[in-house]
Design a protein around this ligand. Sequence first.
Ligand SMILES: C[S@@+](CC[C@H](N)C(=O)[O-])C[C@H]1O[C@@H](n2cnc3c(N)ncnc32)[C@H](O)[C@@H]1O
Length: 257
Amino acid sequence: MENINEEIVKALDGDDGRLYPYIPYLLQDLWDIGTNPQTVIGLLKDNNIAIGKDTRVLDLGCGKGAVSVQLAKAFGVSVYGIDAMGAFIQEAIAKADEYGVSELCQFEVKDIRDVVQEGKLYDIVIFGAVSPTIVYGNYQDAISSLTKCIKPGGNLILDDGYIEDDSDYQDSRVCKYSELMGLFSSNGFTCIEERYETETVDLNEYYTERIRIRANELSAEYPEQAELFMGYVESQEQECDILANKLVCATWLFKYV
Ligand SMILES: C[S@@+](CC[C@H](N)C(=O)[O-])C[C@H]1O[C@@H](n2cnc3c(N)ncnc32)[C@H](O)[C@@H]1O
C-alpha cells in the first residue's frame, strides 16, 4: 500500500507525492473538488429516497465537504464526512458553519479503509470522485468494502468514470461499463438511476485555470520547485482531456439489497 499522502495526491490527479503540502494552496479557490452536490441532491429527491431526522449519511473522502454541507442544508439531515486530508476537513467545518449546518455535520480526519470497518451501518453512503482503484487497488475490493457500512435497503451514491464497452482505450484506474455494472450487481447493488453532467468540460477547464494561477504564485515563491507545481497543472490538463475524450463520467444512485 502506498503512502496515504501520495494516495491523496493521486486522488486529486497529481502524480508526485511531493505536492502533498501544497495541495491546499493549489486548490484554495475550489470548494467542490469532485462530485456535483446538486446532482446528488437531485438523485435523492427525484427518486423519493426517504430522508428524515434519523437518516444516517456517510460521505467517504468528503474533501472540503461541498456535498455533505449542501445535503445537510437541503434535507436537514445529519451527515458524517471523513477525509484523510486535515486541511480539507478544516475547510469543511468552516463551510458547515457558514451554511448554518454545523449542528448537522460532523467532519473528521480518517482513512476510508478504517471507517468502513468500524461496524457502523449508514442509510446513505457517498463515494464521490474518490477513485476506488486508488484507494483499494481494484474495484472488487472497493465495492465489497462499501457493503460493510451500508444498511440492507440503504443507498450508495457513486461518482466515477468508465470506459465505453466498444472503446479500445485502456486505463488501469477505470473499467468498462458492463464490467462495472456487473461488479455492483454481483455485490448486491441495484442501479436506480445514473446521471451525466452536461457542464463537466467547461467546469474542469475553469478549475485548471484557477490551479494554474496558484501554481504560478507558488513557482514565484519557490522557483526551485516550479517544475513540480507546473507538472501538477499539466496533469490536470491531461486529466481534463481524458475526461472529455476517453472516459464517461457518471453519478449513480444504487440500492443495496
Ligand atoms: C477528488 S476528491 C473528492 C472530494 C469529495 N468527495 C467531493 O466530491 O468534493 C478525492 C478525496 O479523496 C480523499 N482521499 C483519498 N484517499 C483517501 C483515503 N484513503 N481516506 C480518506 N480520504 C481519502 C482525498 O483527500 C480527496 O479529498
